[in-house]
Design a protein around this ligand. Structure first.
Ligand code: HEM
Length: 417
């Protein structure tokens, strides 16, 4: 047998040397993992052609997440040249995730109260009914698209309920969300930027009207996040109108595409690993660790960013002040120094301290909700359709930052013609 280890090593060195987020090869979108592995091995702090740095080691990401003084989330410097003075710039620089204190603290404290475990537990019965209804509808079809008929329908309903958006007004939300988040890709075409800018404007106009209605007829702030955001905290912390509208957009976007992608990726990964799927069918109690394993291996949010506020040394490299740093969550979650057999999909993996929801001050506020949605959706699906088969390869969204599928054609009961 031929020993191809030296060739693989040379290829890995080449992959790492030529890697650039600004000109990614086509095969990266389907599987970025050989690139991540090569970078981890040969260039874990890699400088890219625009001067930014791409980091792939778990320990380096943790260190950055924990130090909000040295590593800022404020994106004004980075987004000005990318978006100009556009609606996309206004939006992304007003949302809490791309800000440091004081805006970050103010918005986070208001949102946090609405997403406490008690509030999320109260959503469980509604979520179970929703999943049951979607399953019932699919039963009449046999061939379905797991994204449109199932995965995307769940978060849009949940986040729509959180903000009290009437059902008849939800139709455009998914497209607006895809357009606004799509503009965050490392390279944005003019048409993608136009679509993103139009979507911010349409979204703002819609929310201004919805907010007006809610002001005249407030909901219960215990459950209605929009009323909560309008009223602010009891101690007087309030948001300006601009902060309010942009953070509603952010919340809708943050909780929507990521959770859709988690559910879709879980069903594809279980399909591609039949022994693990069978294990989950036989031991439904593994659903929690199974969801964690999908979060680790197929992290819906593959990249985060921070800006160095001072010059700093990481992994023996000097990073100048004001550098843009890409935190590669997808790579860190397969870092062999943290995870045993990191490329192996094991639905009972424990411990599993992945960074799919980041870590530190900006860690995901919606993580408990996303975990609950995914657990109920995936359990319900495989209980009713244990033999589901993908009809052909699912269609991937060609995105580096958000990992998931646009469409997953699937036959629910292959034994039924
Ligand atoms: C599988 C689903 C999800 C994934 C993978 C995910 C991932 C993330 C990550 C990685 C961050 C940190 C970003 C950074 O600091 O660079 C984040 C922040 C955030 N997420 Fe999620 N998220 C998910 C679902 C949700 C849901 C369902 C909601 C709301 C209901 C939500 C709301 C937020 C908010 C508000 C922040 C900003 C927190 C802050 O800046 O302090 N996310 N999310």
């Amino acid at each position: 047998m031929q020993n191809d280890a030296p060739t693989q090593r040379r290829n890995a060195a080449d992959l790492a040397k030529n890697f650039d987020l600004l000109s990614l090869p086509e095969d990266f979108y389907d599987s970025p993992f050989p690139y991540y592995q090569a970078l981890q091995e040969h260039s874990p702090v890699k400088q890219l052609s625009d001067g930014s740095f791409f980091l792939t080691h778990y320990a380096d990401l943790i260190g950055i997440y924990k130090n909000t003084t040295l590593f800022s989330s404020d994106k004004k410097t980075q987004f000005k040249p990318k978006f100009g003075d556009s609606p996309l710039y206004q939006h992304h620089t007003s949302s809490l995730v791309f800000n440091d204190p004081p805006l970050h603290t103010r918005v986070r404290s208001i949102l946090n109260g609405a997403l406490v475990p008690k509030a999320i537990n109260a959503m469980k019965p509604g979520l179970t009914t929703l999943v049951d209804e979607l399953i019932f509808k699919m039963k009449g079809k046999n061939q379905v698209d797991l994204i449109t008929d199932f995965a995307s329908a769940i978060p849009i309903e949940i986040i729509g309920n959180l903000l009290g958006i009437p059902h008849s007004e939800r139709a455009p939300l998914r497209d607006w969300s895809l357009a606004i988040l799509g503009a965050l890709e490392p390279v944005t075409s003019d048409s993608a930027a136009d679509w993103g800018n139009q979507s911010v404007q349409s979204f703002l106009a819609y929310l201004a009207e919805l907010t007006e209605r809610r002001r005249s007829q407030p909901g219960d702030p215990e459950h209605d996040v929009l009323t909560r955001l309008i009223q602010g905290e009891a101690d007087g912390v309030k948001l300006s109108e601009k902060e309010l509208l942009h953070n509603c957009i952010f919340l809708l976007n943050a909780g929507h595409e990521t959770t859709t992608n988690l559910i879709g990726s879980a069903l594809v990964t279980l399909h591609d690993n039949p022994a693990q799927r069978q294990r989950l069918i036989e031991q439904p109690g593994l659903i929690k660790t199974a969801v964690e394993e999908v979060l680790r291996m197929e992290s819906p949010n593959q990249l985060g960013n921070r800006m160095a506020t001072e010059s700093v040394q990481i992994g023996g490299c000097s990073i100048p002040a004001r550098s843009n740093i890409h935190l590669c969550i997808g790579a860190a979650n397969r870092d062999p120094s943290t995870f045993m057999e990191p490329q192996h999909f094991d639905i009972s993996r424990s411990p599993n301290r992945h960074l799919a929801f980041a870590s530190g001050a900006h860690n995901c506020i919606g993580n408990t909700l996303a975990r609950l949605e995914a657990s109920i959706a995936i359990s319900g699906f495989i209980t009713h359709f244990p033999d589901y088969q993908l009809v052909h390869r699912p269609v991937r969204a060609s995105r580096a930052r958000f990992r998931g599928f646009l469409s997953i054609p699937c036959q629910l009961n292959p034994s039924v013609p």
